[in-house]
Design a protein around this ligand. Sequence first.
Ligand code: BV8
Ligand code: ZN
Length: 246
Amino acid sequence: MINTAAPTISVELRRRFSCATRVLVLTGAGVSAESGVPTFRGGGNSAVWKGMPFDVISSAGMLQRDLPAVWEWFDYRRDLLKALEPNAAHYEIARWQNRFAEFTLVTQNIDGLHQKAGSRDVVELHGNIWRARCTSCLLNHTISTTKGRPDNCEQCGEPLRPDVVLFGEMLPPGAFERAAESASQCELCFVVGTSALVYPAAGLPEVARMAGAYICEVNPEPTPLSDLCDEVLTGKAGAVLPLFGN
Ligand code: BV8
Ligand code: ZN
């Protein structure tokens, strides 16, 4: 019997939430699920595109072999995103940036919904689907919802690629370092809507725990991180996170 009742936030967590100054939030696809963004894994199977598992189509190897196919995959996801809005979880997290003196939001999501909800200075570990990058001079290009994306670089004319981190590729310079620095300094770390299977992102909560932080996971399902957490709030982020607001 699925327990749909909202989980209870412990007195301990409420106390820590009320007096914390250094807080880290790490999010994954689950935080955008209630906005209608398909997750990669859920219900036991993982996303497949034209018969290819997502970590194949979203890989450095595929980019070398077939850039147009990679673009087709991200164009499809971007089109899906156009009509979608942030949900209550995104808005609650956006409010937290004004609540805590040292607040860091680290996301694995490329959908830009945290920023659309008002979050500033988001550490995007895996890039952003609304940007393209030149394969030669690395110039960044913004992809607008109306004009779509240019095929070639406006500076050197070489082909553009999605400005996202593909499997087998390094994270953006400094992004993981900044996230790990905040994890090693935080008192309270929330892990929201991630299956915690992709590295190095999934290693951040361990960094926070090693530094003595209180770790809280928000997820309707258990993950490999659940046992590492001081508290697990079993439920949907859009229902659970606003409970901290009152
Ligand atoms: C790299 C962008 C160095 C593209 C992404 C160590 C061990 C093993 C493997 C590795 C390792 N180190 C590196 C690797 C390889 C690899 C990796 O981790 N592989 C995995 C599969 C084992 N990592 C890499 O390749 C990384 N690069 O290591 O570079 C290097 C370089 C060269 C040579 C050697 C080393 C780069 C990884 C980044 C890849 N790009 N995204 C795109 O989007 O297509 S990863 C992508 O997948 C996402 O960004 C995210 O990170 C991941 C999906 O995970 P989640 O976001 O958590 O989503 P998921 O669907 O899985 O889960 C959703 C969760 O939400 C579930 O738990 C569900 O229960 C929950 N949920 C559902 N609804 C709700 C909810 N929660 C709350 N509320 C709800 N309503
Ligand atoms: Zn260029």
